[in-house]
Design a protein around this ligand. Structure first.
Ligand SMILES: NC(=O)c1ccc[n+]([C@@H]2O[C@H](COP(=O)([O-])OP(=O)(O)OC[C@H]3O[C@@H](n4cnc5c(N)ncnc54)[C@H](OP(=O)(O)O)[C@@H]3O)[C@@H](O)[C@H]2O)c1
Length: 255
């Protein structure tokens, strides 16, 4: 079982998805869930060893999975990833830009461009790099979808709500990177109506809950399965579904 697509093109009936940062956390859980639906999973991982281990685990449980070495901060790595995916398929139905970096929490007064640059390279330039490179494959699909994994911390409404803990967490890099990602998603959605571009946040914004992963040292109260509900929902929207929306697992989130 598994590896059914290796060496061949994907079946035209089979939905394909590329997930960045698919080796662990929410990306891995999204890969597991969509694999259970019979989708072909292109599992992106910047570290080949970690990616291989994750892909083998999914293949062992019967998923069609291809590990794709993919560092979203590298143009060369992204080009190589396109080349590899093209060896298996001539179209990509879904792209999930999930890879993300939290950065260090540095107080705004102390934050330098250096502190911020690497976070933007991953969370802002990363999704642009990957989306731009995969547009031709996405455009070849019947009803392509792009899911951007953002955060409640990227919402002006949430960050300016004194009831939200994030309003008291003083930092620049992560929240502003996700705010930029939100705007970038809206702008893609407006310009490319033939592709659905939507934003998912893994938490429950109204309940101030997030999902336990390495990124938050497993302090989240939600499981990774709950954390991926919004991601999976947006990956699976049909041809007359929405574009340019921002949701968590409970429903719409204010920008
Ligand atoms: N957990 C939550 O409740 C929560 C809340 C809001 C937003 N998010 C967002 O959800 C997404 C997934 O995070 P997570 O909670 O699942 O955290 P995680 O377990 O730390 O996973 C992060 C993933 O991103 C990958 N990554 C980081 N930099 C990369 C790069 N340059 N190229 C490719 N992959 C890279 C990591 O790869 P390595 O293993 O190689 O480091 C890992 O696979 C992120 O965008 C995060 O901001 C999560």
């Amino acid at each position: 079982m598994g590896h059914l697509v290796l060496g061949g093109m994907t079946n035209a009936e089979q939905t394909s998805v590329l997930i960045t940062g698919g080796n662990k956390g929410l990306g891995f859980e999204a890969a597991r869930r969509l694999g259970e639906h019979g989708w072909t999973i292109f599992l992106g991982s910047r570290d080949e060893g970690r990616g291989r281990a994750a892909a083998d685990k999914l293949a062992d449980s019967g998923a069609n999975v291809v590990m794709v070495p993919l560092d979203v901060t590298s143009d060369d790595s992204v080009s190589e990833a396109v080349r590899l995916v093209r060896q298996h398929t001539d179209r990509l139905d879904v792209l999930i830009n999930n890879a993300g970096a939290p950065g260090k929490v540095v107080a705004p007064a102390d934050a330098t461009v250096d502190d911020i640059h690497s976070v933007y390279d991953t969370n802002v330039y990363g999704p642009i790099r990957v989306t731009h490179a995969f547009l031709p494959l996405l455009r070849a699909a019947d009803h392509p979808r792009v899911v951007m994994v953002s955060s409640g911390g990227g919402s002006f409404a949430v960050v300016t709500d004194p009831e939200q803990p994030v309003s008291k967490m003083h930092e620049l890099a992560y929240s502003s990177s996700k705010a930029a990602l939100n705007m970038i998603t809206v702008r893609y959605a407006q310009a490319l109506p033939e592709i659905k571009f939507n934003v998912a946040t893994p938490g429950e914004v109204a309940n101030r809950k997030f999902a336990a992963t390495d990124m938050n040292h497993h302090t989240g109260e939600l499981t990774v399965t709950e954390g991926t509900d919004s991601i999976v929902e947006l990956a699976m929207i049909d041809a007359d579904g929405p574009t340019g929306i921002f949701i968590d697992r409970l429903g719409p989130v204010a920008w």
